[in-house]
Design a protein around this ligand. Structure first.
Ligand code: SAM
Ligand code: FES
Length: 387
């Protein structure tokens, strides 16, 4: 382990000198009453190679003062490395057709009750125009993993969005071949989200029949090599997942140096094999969000819609107060939104799209932050090997 406070941070400062110290002492209650816990957080922040035991210790913490100290620390890191602005990414869920049978996901191909859809090119472009008109500079094109996805069809859509709307394009369409990733990158796609869901290969393969952890890693490696700003992430509360698995996910995020990290709670869907499992724990999800911020420093981290949907209450402001800096308003045309049911009671499926940015502005203003309407590209200076 590194000597506490002696190691330079990536901004060239020593921890003892940087704004983090000043911010923490702005909340002396949490810092002073449990100096050991504060020292542990500093250790985690400074470490280049994370000690599993340190991460586990943070994740097992339950004391209200320690939790507040954790969230305050994450907020200080967030403020220093990505600022107070909250970035918006407009998401279009363009197809719910999927070849996979992920045990937790409502889009799994065994769900015969789900009405399947795929938007037309015109519908996707019209939704992208709505995103642009709302002043948002990123469109996220997400879908199930379709066998029949025509790579050229998606390429043309990307090209059209780039040429006529000048939006940053993020893709989230699952595991594809390197050639397809390359085609879409050449068409102008900027970013790609592919959550690892869990970094434990055995657990991953139990939850994703017929899929391999090695291929997931291959995809992330290809995406990084092709120059995508690459995002990964996990689900909290999966059946069979332990605190040690979650701690390893944090190590995985640190080692991957991802541009974006997304942490969401598992929410059981009645048409899946995990229907009777308990949902992921909100507090654990917030701890994971905070740790993702502390170890990644400048990754873009969303307050996920699943956090906003978990208990019927919108808890996204709590994620924003635990290190998150991104919100993802939904621009899927209203009639289709309810069919993109990865879990039940998903937030914002009935609102009209035009109201979303105002709703986000209000949420963000409520916690003393502001909406940042810039593109919000990666803050990592060099794009590198992610896995
Ligand atoms: N097919 C793409 C992929 O695999 O990356 C994107 C679609 S997938 C539905 C998007 C994300 O939904 C997954 O990465 C997963 O974390 C999340 N998800 C799926 N089922 C969920 C559930 N029951 N509860 C919470 N999140 C879920
Ligand atoms: Fe395919 Fe969830 S099982 S998107």
């Amino acid at each position: 382990m590194h000597a506490r406070g002696a190691k330079p941070t990536d901004c060239g400062l020593r921890i003892a000198d940087c704004g983090l110290k000043r911010t923490r002492t702005a909340n002396p209650q949490s810092a002073i009453r449990n100096p050991q816990f504060t020292a542990l957080l500093e250790e985690v922040y400074a470490a280049e190679r994370l000690e599993l035991a340190d991460i586990e210790a943070v994740l097992r913490t339950e004391g209200p003062e320690e939790l507040q100290a954790l969230f305050d620390f994450a907020e200080a890191v967030r403020r220093q490395f990505v600022g107070d602005g909250v970035l918006l990414r407009g998401i279009i869920e363009f197809s719910n057709v999927c070849r996979n049978t992920c045990l937790y996901c409502g889009l799994n191909r065994g769900n015969r009750r789900l009405q399947r859809y795929r938007l037309t090119r015109e519908q996707i472009l019209a939704s992208a125009e709505t995103i642009r008109a709302a002043g948002i500079k990123t469109v996220v094109l997400q879908s199930g993993e379709e066998d029949d996805l025509d790579a050229d069809w998606l390429r043309e859509i990307i090209e059209q969005i780039k040429s006529s709307l000048d939006l940053a394009v993020t893709l989230c369409v699952g595991e594809r071949s390197r050639a397809e990733y390359q085609l879409w990158r050449a068409a102008g796609a900027d970013r790609y989200l592919l959550k690892i869901e869990t970094s434990d290969a055995d657990l991953y393969e139990q939850l994703h029949p017929g899929m391999s952890f090695a291929n997931r890693r291959r995809c992330l490696q290809d995406l990084a090599e092709l120059g995508y700003q690459t995002g990964s992430g996990d689900l909290v509360g999966l059946r069979g997942q332990t605190v040690t698995h979650l701690a390893r996910d944090i190590q995985f995020f640190k080692e991957g140096n991802f541009d974006m990290i997304s942490v969401g709670p598992f929410i059981p869907h009645p048409e899946t094999l995990l229907a009777k499992e308990p949902a992921g724990d909100l507090r654990m999800t917030l701890k994971m969000t905070a740790l993702a911020r502390i170890v990644s420093r400048n990754a873009h981290i969303p307050a996920t819609t699943a956090i906003g949907s978990l208990h019927g209450r919108d808890e996204r402001p709590r994620a924003l107060a635990a290190g998150a800096n991104v919100l993802m308003p939904n621009f899927t045309p209203a009639p289709y939104r309810r069919h993109y049911e990865i879990y039940p009671n998903k937030r914002c499926i009935s609102e009209n799209t035009a109201a979303c940015p105002a709703c986000m502005e209000q949420m963000v203003a409520g916690i003393g932050r502001w909406v940042d309407y810039s593109r919000g590209d990666s803050r990592k200076r060099s794009l590198k090997s992610h896995v």
